[in-house]
Design a protein around this ligand. Sequence first.
Ligand code: ADP
Length: 318
Amino acid sequence: MPLGILVADAAGQVFFRNQFAMLEQFDGQESVLLDNKVRDLIATALDGGSGEEMADFWGPPRRTFELRSLPVIVDGESAGATVVIEDVTERSRLNQVRRDFVANMSHELRTPVGAISVLAETLLTNNDPDVVARLSERLHRESFRLGNTIEDLLALSRLESGEDDQFDEVLVADIFADAKERAAQASVGHSIELTTEQAELGLTIYGDRSQLSAAVGNLVDNAAKYSEPGSRIELAARALGDSVELSVTDHGVGIPEGELERIFERFYRVDPARSRQTGGTGLGLSIVRHVVRNHRGDIHVESREGEGSTFTLRFPQG
Ligand code: ADP
């Protein structure tokens, strides 16, 4: 078991170690460090206290251990000490992810709030109608972006909790119709074409209609944001074994190969200025990835810089 247990007698001599606490899986330096910590913890416990220490090894792979000690008391007398070594690598990685997320989110919210505050202050002291019109327009844009970020954060948290999931058989035709409607505003000036036969529109996916529509809608939104107005966006569906594949293709700026892994991370943008200009929140693809996970599906991207991208979602057939 990934839990080390050591027991020492009243003189501080360790007389029992389980397999994990043999420290064989650690290299020389690591086991010396752990041994020192164990000795300190035993001393604390023999004094009647309970101790706690962390040990962080950078690896690779990085590993984190928590060591805790407790005194063993027999008939009111200190009779020895126990030390427990626990591998808390995954727990501390998750804590780090959470801390990073809160820091990123605070930054993302602070930027538009700061801009709104400065714009409002300037408006208070300016009467020039041209300036007022320009500042009001920017004020509107920043508050719209702030609203979108909050909406996306709420959507992510709903997806994570899984509370609102309503699974049923959903028609591909309905998903495409919803997605086109959702993305209507961003995709003004683009031609969205269904490059799919009628039969494929009749396929079904077992899933939550609003989540599936939101995922495809986000992809259509992006296809529009990262391509020239007037260019074509293609929606396609096909059956593949027990699965249904939905794809959204654009002929826009494309994504550099080295960035393909990272674009699904929260708040990650290849070109932050362009994302900001188009009102992007940096959360669209995280939402898509969550929906795909909730449906036990997968996602695949093919992209060439300057030529365009195809995002393909694969789901179990309904
Ligand atoms: P954003 O709100 O910034 O669009 P997303 O999570 O939807 O956030 O996407 C993350 C990043 O991935 C975008 O900022 C953009 O750089 C890149 N990206 C997403 N979709 C496309 C696409 N169809 N074409 C080119 N780049 C894209």
